[in-house]
Design a protein around this ligand. Structure first.
Ligand code: DGL
Length: 276
């Protein structure tokens, strides 16, 4: 048994989409979440920049004594997973792409046409395509970068015409010309617009890696006998800059969940690692 918290991080609020699934499946697990709201979005930045931000955040999480780090960000998983693993070999570090790719490859038939949407960096890396292909090279995969989604979501522009038009701008032709059967939400912000996508493309099946990763967290913790028991630890959600939407999103995401999920928001100074 290991009652230390799990560390999660993302460029902003997107990684929060993993948390309700974790709380449902592993209710004893506690978490420290870091959203880099000061520097979001990552998905159009240079790999070297993303890497240095990610190292800083992982350092911070290590200082918080987490038992595992979950990279709740596809962009970081696509570009920095190995670098993070070699810098912190002492704890498990889980990226979000490989678990989803493995599941897609195992569960979908070879004539399924799977679209992957994500940030410019994730799509530019072809990380999903390569990873799915390494498990099952007969699945047909198609990729599309949708760089305007994250800034809109970080601004809380979700359930309205602007978001719907933006989705249509990127996806109408992509879905139509590739005759897609399924779409992978290849950015952890995108589950927040899952309802819009379902409404606009009702025949398409949506694959959500933010849910799939939780099964893998459970497997890793179970295999290493690191599942948590009961503890008094209170979940903490840090952000590198004040963001009203980050706070709102915590409420929005957890609206029907356990009251304990409505945790305190602390604005944190990354360098000092203490509450401002
Ligand atoms: N939510 C992140 C991802 O899964 C990053 C989005 C961004 O900052 O551009 O890719």
């Amino acid at each position: 048994m290991d009652n230390r918290p799990i560390g999660f991080f993302d460029s902003g609020l997107g990684g929060l989409t993993c948390i309700p699934h974790l709380m449902k499946q592993l209710p004893n697990e506690k978490m420290i979440y870091f959203g880099d709201t000061a520097r979001t979005p990552y998905g159009s930045k240079a790999t070297t920049t993303i890497r240095s931000f990610s190292m800083e955040i992982a350092d911070f999480l290590m200082k918080c004594n987490v038992k595992m780090i979950v990279i709740a960000c596809n962009t970081v998983s696509a570009t920095c997973l190995e670098a993070l693993r070699s810098r912190f070999p002492q704890i498990p570090i889980l990226g979000i792409i490989e678990p989803a790719a493995r599941k897609i490859a195992a569960e979908y038939l070879e004539d399924t046409r799977v679209g992957i949407i994500g940030t410019k960096v994730t799509i530019g890396s072809s990380a999903y395509k390569k990873s799915i292909g390494s498990f099952n090279d007969r699945l047909k995969t198609y990729e599309k970068a949708c760089p305007a989604f994250v800034p809109l979501i970080e601004e809380g522009i979700i359930e309205n015409d602007i978001m719907d038009l933006t989705i249509k701008y990127y996806m109408d032709e992509f879905v139509e010309s590739n005759q897609l059967d399924a779409v992978v939400l290849g950015c952890t912000h995108y589950p927040l617009i899952k309802r819009n996508i379902e409404r606009l493309y009702p025949r398409i099946q949506i694959i959500n890696p933010s849910r799939i990763i939780v099964e893998n967290i459970e497997n890793i913790l179970r295999e290493s006998d690191m599942l948590a028991g009961n503890s008094d630890f209170k979940n903490v959600f840090y952000a590198s800059d004040l963001s009203e939407n980050f706070v709102n999103m915590i409420d929005y995401i957890f609206e029907n969940e356990d009251a304990e999920a409505k945790v305190k928001f602390l604005n944190f100074d990354l360098e000092k690692g203490e509450q401002r």
